[in-house]
Design a protein around this ligand. Structure first.
Ligand code: ATP
Length: 425
């Protein structure tokens, strides 16, 4: 029997009948070391192949390459030796996805999946407890279709629909939905499909109400930290990362865009001596800022507020106090902000324009025709009714999972990552 069992291929599905007993000494190299099974019967219900496309040990090692090239090459033969020769060879993302069942059997992937789902649930419960109503934006959007064209597009953001809900008399709304972007996704930060956690709310006095509410995502991180200690440790044993530094309540770091650029100019790497207040930050700038903020303020989470209008879409509300050319000089800024985790953007938010004429003027100023397809219908909603002042934000679920856990790519945080070249499995 022992010989027969030894011949069963790893990852086969078996059923055993056994008694549980304490081992004479703790079993080494096992997750459960204080109990062992004394097997009386063993049935092989579904055998695994003699040679696995990827072993469990390889699946639980860090993914070595996220490149999408070579798609279609044969699975199983592409396991790449890592530079350090210790342990089993690690595999590329392509090998992982070609062996999706083994990818999912890896404890590290299961820990990431559990943390992801909890973050989504925490987002929902945080908002529901604050009077937000969930709604469902469409994923298919029509182009202006004369005579009933069959053409449709995938939604790039639920932005307009969140605002329609506010126009429709909802005071606070949120949605959890797939968002699609036709962008070059060969970066560790982008996919063509990701999950957007979005909210929109009426503003009573000032748009900082939106900012403070969105800083509540910190609650998600604190809860996850509390609930998933073991899983976080497990992920860290595969993808090493430093302990995340979160600000104490009331100690949140908020910089204006101008202050952030000034910090980069004065204390950042030499190549950022001349960054401008009217140009959006590049990814290397964001990362350098993250390092500076960590050093100076001891936090990995912070807000950059008052983005220049050149870096924001047409619906962003201009800051009236600085638009007149006061303290911040000639640069027009918006009541819009980004939130960062470990030097990477996780959230964009801000106040939106709620008057149709102002909206049309901004659309024109951005060089867009207000009568163009899709835009005209959007502006029209602000003419149908008087819409209250409002603001909101959008979080990429894949990004908060990845950057919270210090993963090398958002592709690891997604169940089935999608890129321009990757639609399977
Ligand atoms: P980036 O400048 O990094 O491409 P963005 O400015 O296009 O992002 P927004 O349109 O503001 O991002 O989207 C809101 C949030 O959605 C972002 O903060 C990010 O967390 C997430 N996000 C945006 N694009 C992607 C993508 N392609 N893949 C995964 N998450 C994304």
């Amino acid at each position: 029997m022992v010989r027969w069992i030894a011949g069963i291929n790893p990852e086969s599905f078996v059923v055993i009948e056994a008694g549980v007993q304490r081992p004479i000494e703790p079993v080494k190299r096992c997750r459960v070391s204080n109990f062992e099974l004394r097997i009386t019967r063993c049935y092989l219900l579904a055998p695994a192949p003699v040679i696995l496309g990827m072993t469990l040990a390889a699946a639980n090692r860090p993914v070595v390459d996220f490149n999408d090239e070579a798609i279609g090459a044969k699975a199983g033969v592409r396991e790449e030796e890592e530079t350090d020769k210790e342990g089993p060879p690690a595999a590329s993302m392509l090998v992982h996805l070609d062996n999706i069942a083994m990818h999912k059997r890896a404890p590290v992937q299961q820990a990431i999946a559990d943390i992801r789902m909890e973050m989504k649930h925490l987002f929902r419960s945080y908002l529901k407890a604050r009077g937000f109503k969930e709604f469902e934006p469409p994923s298919l959007i029509g182009a202006a279709s004369e005579g009933g064209s069959n053409e449709a597009f995938l939604a790039q953001s639920p932005q307009f629909y969140k605002q329609f809900e506010i126009a429709g008399g909802r005071k606070r709304v949120f949605s959890i939905a797939s968002v699609f972007r036709a962008e070059n996704s060969n970066t560790p930060r982008h996919m063509t499909e990701f999950t957007g956690l979005d909210l929109e709310m009426e503003i009573r006095h000032n748009y900082s109400e939106v900012l403070y509410l969105l800083e509540g995502v910190l609650y998600i991180f604190r809860q996850v930290h509390r609930i998933f200690k073991d899983e976080i440790e497990l992920v860290r044993s595969v993808y090493p990362s430093s302990e995340i530094l979160l600000p104490e309540p009331g100690q949140e770091v908020r910089l204006t865009f101008t202050q952030a650029q000034q910090l980069l100019r004065e204390e950042g790497p030499a190549e950022f001596r001349h960054v401008r207040d009217d140009e959006d930050m590049t990814t290397p700038q964001e990362k350098a800022l993250g390092a500076l903020v960590r050093q100076k303020f001891n936090t990995d989470f912070y807000v950059v507020d008052k983005f220049p209008e050149t870096a924001r879409p047409f619906y962003a509300k201009l800051d009236d106090t600085t638009a007149a050319g006061s303290a911040e000089g000639a640069v027009k800024v918006t009541n819009a902000f980004d939130m960062f985790l470990r030097g990477q953007e996780i959230l964009s938010g801000g106040q939106r324009i709620n008057h149709p004429n102002e909206l049309e003027a901004r659309i024109r100023a951005k060089g867009i025709d207000p009568a163009s397809p899709g835009i005209d219908g959007y502006v029209q909603v602000f003419r149908q009714v008087g819409v209250p002042p409002h603001g909101g934000g959008g979080i990429g679920l894949d990004r908060i999972v990845a950057w919270y856990l210090g993963l090398p790519s958002v592709h690891l945080a997604a169940y089935y990552p999608r890129t321009p070249r990757r639609l399977l499995p």
